[in-house]
Ligand binder design. Structure first.
Ligand SMILES: [Zn+2]
Length: 167
């Protein structure tokens, strides 16, 4: 999971954080969703502004991005361990009349995995909050101007408002 490849994408979702961390698959799925499901008048703007950003990040943003990727990988790993412990625990739970000791052991492993998962999730949540805060910082707003240049601002984050302004 740590080899999970992320890309930075601008304006994925009309009122989402302007720059988001997504997998290529998520971006592809979103584009397909816009083409199939979104009102036709919104599609050209949505598709024009949704783009993968490859320009080097300003330093604060780069730091928040690295923290996000790192905690996300730990979170995915802890979640997978928890899943495994969960399956093992339920399996032994069913047979616990026969194997109480195994059940106790599986339960202890589950508790441990659950704690690790909570911790990883909290760390990731913190990094994610920092990321969302950082992408609306002045340096990041400047970066948006450089890589996108649309009328988005932190005060007016909904890109669909630009449809109104075009009238
Ligand atoms: Zn923009």
């Amino acid at each position: 999971m740590s080899e999970q490849r992320y890309v930075l994408v601008a304006h994925m979702g009309h009122n989402a954080p302007w720059l988001q961390i997504k997998t290529r698959k998520e971006v592809k799925d979103r584009i397909a969703h816009i083409k199939a499901k979104k009102p036709e008048r919104e599609r050209p703007l949505r598709l024009k502004l949704l783009k993968i950003v490859k320009e080097p990040l300003p330093s604060r943003l780069a730091k928040a991005y690295a923290a996000w990727v790192k905690t996300s990988a730990a979170w995915v790993k802890a979640d997978a361990t928890w899943d495994k412990a969960n399956v093992a625990w339920y399996k032994d739970y069913a047979a616990r009349g026969k194997a109480n000791a195994a059940w106790v052991k599986a339960y202890a492993a589950w508790v441990k995995a659950n704690d690790a998962r909570d911790k990883a999730n909290a760390a990731w949540g913190k990094a994610n909050a920092a990321w969302e805060k950082t992408i609306n910082s002045p340096a990041s707003v400047k970066f948006h101007k450089q890589v996108c240049g649309c009328a988005w601002t932190p005060e007016q984050p909904d890109i669909l408002m630009q449809l109104e302004e075009q009238k």
